[in-house]
Design a protein around this ligand. Sequence first.
Ligand code: PDD
Length: 276
Amino acid sequence: KKVYLNGDILEPESAKISVFDRGFLFGDGIYEVMAQINGHFFYEKAHIKRLEDGLRKINIEFSTSLLRTEIPKILKASDLVDKDCLLYIQVTRGVAPRQHAYPKDIQPTFMMYATPKILPEINSIKATVVTSEDFRWSRCDIKMISLLGNVMANEYAIQKKCFENVLIRNGVVTEASHCNVFFVKNSVVYTHPADTYILDGITRQIVLELCVKLGIEVREVGVTEEDMLEMDEAFLTGTSTQIASIQQWDDYFFYHDNEVGEITQKLQLAFRNLKY
Ligand code: PDD
């Protein structure tokens, strides 16, 4: 495994950053995760646009045009050219004496690595979920590297032997620790609007487009905790999760014998057949 750091390809143990890097001190940085499938990054443009948007929101000056020349270098060094893998990209504000305010004229720290990853067969993840209070901050639209809220939420799911933890803010389902959440009721698809309380997932955007294409009605409105268990179907979306049917929700079972809801199945099929 190799690491790309500020233009160099390094062994992981040689890839070192200063303890005064603001990513280390403040969690002051943005990241992206993209999947390479059959030799192409899945919705690469959308991922890069989200990275640019995140950097702009926190005023980090970094030209994503660098990615065009640098991504091939890390793939080649990792022996993953054209191979299925996940690429992690991180840009932090850079190194400066510790002061909260953004320092002027510093170089961002740019890091990437790729890991081989065969994505699961599309229908294969059958998720069980727990729920908990969404106590994260209120700018979850920013894909920042300070993920402690998400890490704590995910750890709770793992302790409960579940795949995900679905988060509830003021009685409304927002998203999960590393996935977006969708519901289906009477053939209408529901998901939280892409405001500042969720990360607008690329997979989420694709699913919304697929609904339009398939003539499935969608409402971008948050589902309340009370309405949650009245839903016919529920599923999770994310880059490595793709579209995963939720089978069990706390103590409530959507299905008993590994069934998958009709609309969820339709979307999974359309997702698998996507040309990109
Ligand atoms: N997780 N919501 C949160 C909080 C996420 O961290 C993610 C992605 C998503 C789904 O976004 P997308 O469809 O663009 O992957 C939603 C990434 C992959 C991660 O942190 O590993």
